[in-house]
Design a protein around this ligand. Sequence first.
Ligand SMILES: NC(=O)c1ccc[n+]([C@@H]2O[C@H](COP(=O)([O-])OP(=O)(O)OC[C@H]3O[C@@H](n4cnc5c(N)ncnc54)[C@H](OP(=O)(O)O)[C@@H]3O)[C@@H](O)[C@H]2O)c1
Length: 307
Amino acid sequence: MTDELVKIAIVTGANTGLGLATGRGLAEAGYTVILACRSEAKARSAMDEIRRMVPTASLDFIALDLIDRDSIRQFSATFSSRYDHLNLLVNNAGVMGPEYTITANGLELQFDANHIGHFYLTSLLIPMLDQEYETRVINVSSLAAKRDWADIHFDNLNFEGTYDDGQKVFGLNGMVAYSQSKLANVLFTLELKDRLASAGKHIKAVVVHPGVSATDLGRNMPLHLRLLAPVLAPLMGMSKPAQGAESALYGALASDVEAGDFIGPTGKGERSGPPGKVPLPVKASDHDLQKKLWALSEEKLGITFNV
Ligand SMILES: NC(=O)c1ccc[n+]([C@@H]2O[C@H](COP(=O)([O-])OP(=O)(O)OC[C@H]3O[C@@H](n4cnc5c(N)ncnc54)[C@H](OP(=O)(O)O)[C@@H]3O)[C@@H](O)[C@H]2O)c1
């Protein structure tokens, strides 16, 4: 069955952490969920875990590596051969604080995986999202987009010679570059929202952040901090993945969500608490910056992103 009544969602990075919890929540809500992951083994194990909690879950796996352009094209082609529409695209996958890495695409890893890969994936899936009824794109950003140092470094996008500068967070380098990629998620959402509105599409672009949640995102932290994480997480007020995923689920499912909304936890410092509308990062409302990033993303991909 591929009519509009079958609600179909793609969640990138659905094999663990927030993506897994989001996939489970969408399965509970009756969506057929496509786990878009780079490891089939991890995705299959996540599918088993979801089915243990939601026995009726309708799940599928399609391979996706966001730093491999062929993989993104292949994902889109496979998805389009299996399904005839898409209700929800959750651009969730992400990497934080890796060793300085330039990908095969010539880009700093966090910018490539967290922003450019999702920008490309979204561009390819727009025709499947373009329906007479409302569909949504949910981009998962971070509080890191709100840091004073969050910016798009057009003059040194790859942080050559500066990657390890700036304050370390949880012993991680590259956090200014992480903030760049997460601000890019917000700028991309807002420019996409404007373009979709101009084109009269029924696709709603929404950006969310989970607050601070205990997931595998800290996998690049020094070993001693990773070992201490289970003890430190509750002391630091970190939420469980199921709570962190509430922002994405609210953005995806709530009827009062509007295009361009930023959804996050509404508790102290937006670290945890019930999801709701939260203020956008100050820089994100800069229309010139939104357009400049869009043009740069098209240029890096060698594409024109038509909505
Ligand atoms: N946890 C937090 O407190 C927090 C706070 C703010 C924002 N976020 C954002 O929330 C999102 C989910 O993070 P998480 O906390 O759930 O982290 P996580 O547990 O580490 O999960 C990250 C997911 O992204 C996938 N991924 C990484 N690189 C990829 C690539 N090149 N292609 C495809 N998939 C890739 C990982 O796959 P593998 O397992 O195969 O590596 C994994 O499934 C990220 O965008 C992150 O920036 C998290």
